[in-house]
Design a protein around this ligand. Structure first.
Ligand code: 3SL
Length: 246
């Protein structure tokens, strides 16, 4: 099984993902928010690329059936029900509704990978479950880091290294791509204290400045939400629900 890594999601093209399993990573905070919403009973999370698309999406929906969430540069969008803090997506707040989610980098990265055989959303909070599914699926894997406005971000790179470690297991390839080497060697060097570098990264500082410092520790925890968000027909759902409906 070959595994390729895009350290910043903006450069991914349909041909890069076609026929492959894609794991989209946005540790801070979209991956964690999506896993939290699905874990707390959301019917689905619909990621959108811009505000116009979000507006069109909700125009025909019963207002009781959805919640609109999102941020721009970390700041909640005016008029939306929620921002992008996983702490907002509690069972009480979400109920049995669909969440439409617009975020600065993560939601668009998911939409851009739609041509893949399967798109999964992963972070530290569900790494083991997502990697196990990707391994079982048996296809070549593409790990796509959402990054920050076409730049590499440390937290997503570390998480990509963790996914490489989990997907490869004992079978670490002798030759790997440069981006895989960067992510994997960084993860291996930092793996005993991941919270340290994550708390020092650019986006953690940005979130701390906005009053969301608590989110950083939540997003850095390993395997607290052991579920697999999978992107089907424009919606992210929990993998077992998809299997049950099939
Ligand atoms: O970049 C993104 O998509 C967001 O997850 C950023 S934030 O953590 O909500 O600011």
């Amino acid at each position: 099984m070959r595994v390729e890594v895009f350290l910043s999601g903006g450069s991914v093209l349909p041909d890069d993902v076609r026929g492959r399993t894609v794991i989209v990573i946005d540790v801070l905070r979209a991956s964690t928010t999506i896993a939290t919403a699905l874990s707390n009973g959301a019917r689905a999370v619909i990621p959108v690329g811009d505000m116009a698309e979000a507006g069109k999406m909700v125009a025909n929906l019963d207002p009781a059936s959805y919640r609109l969430g999102g941020e721009r540069d970390g700041v909640p969008i005016e008029g939306y029900h929620f921002g992008n803090s996983p702490r907002e997506y509690s069972r009480d707040a979400i109920g049995d509704r669909t969440v439409i989610l617009l975020t600065t980098n993560g939601s668009g990265a998911i939409v851009r990978c739609a041509e893949a055989a399967e798109v999964l959303v992963g972070g530290f909070v569900n790494a083991e479950a997502v990697a196990a599914h990707a391994r079982k699926a048996g296809r070549d894997v593409v790990i796509v880091c959402a990054g920050w406005r076409n730049r590499i971000s440390l937290e997503d790179t570390l998480c990509a290294g963790l996914f490489l470690d989990l997907v490869w297991g004992e079978a670490v390839p002798g030759i790997m791509t440069d981006s895989a080497y960067i992510a994997w060697t960084m993860y291996r060097a930092e793996r005993h204290d991941l919270l340290g570098p994550i708390q020092r990264c650019n986006h953690a500082k940005r979130l701390e400045g906005l009053g969301y410092g608590e989110d950083v520790a939540i997003c850095a925890r390993r395997d607290t939400l052991p579920l697999v968000p999978v992107y089907r027909e424009g919606r992210l759902v929990r993998l077992q629900e998809t299997a049950a409906a099939a």
